[in-house]
Design a protein around this ligand. Structure first.
Ligand SMILES: [Zn+2]
Ligand SMILES: [Zn+2]
Length: 135
């Protein structure tokens, strides 16, 4: 087996592991994925995670979520178009469906324009309201 074949096998293994981890976390940055995956693969590097998520996003195996609070790219395991609630204190993301009714109201408000992109509603999550420590 050539060394490039070995590298490919390794990349496939990590891609699958990253897909699985993202499904469990729902939304995650490369760093969050790395921290979780290091429990299984202690030698895993951020570069490998970065490359794998780029490949997965290119193949539409994972989607992009709204950016994390520090501005880093965040990935989404849910491939269907959907809207988000984002906590502006801790960055927590929740998938939400904005009812068609609300889209009608928004379309009316913006006159002849059409709402088509995904919406992100911001607020304070339950945990932060209680003064929780995000755990
Ligand atoms: Zn929060
Ligand atoms: Zn989502």
């Amino acid at each position: 087996m050539s060394s490039s074949q070995i590298i490919n096998q390794r990349q496939t293994k990590y891609c699958l592991a990253i897909e699985e981890t993202l499904k469990n976390l729902h939304h995650a940055t490369n760093l969050e994925l790395l921290l979780d995956l290091r429990k299984l693969y202690p030698s895993l590097s951020i570069t490998t995670v970065h490359r794998a998520t780029q490949r997965l996003a290119l193949r539409h195996k994972i989607a992009f979520a709204p950016l994390a609070i520090d501005g880093s790219t965040r990935y989404d395991a849910n491939l269907k178009p959907h809207d988000h609630f984002m906590c502006s204190a801790c960055g927590l993301l929740k998938d939400v469906e904005i009812k068609d009714q609300l889209k009608l109201i928004l379309n009316t408000l913006i006159k002849d324009c059409q709402v088509s992109g995904r919406l992100t509603i911001s607020g304070i999550c339950n945990n932060c309201q209680k003064g929780g420590n995000n755990e």
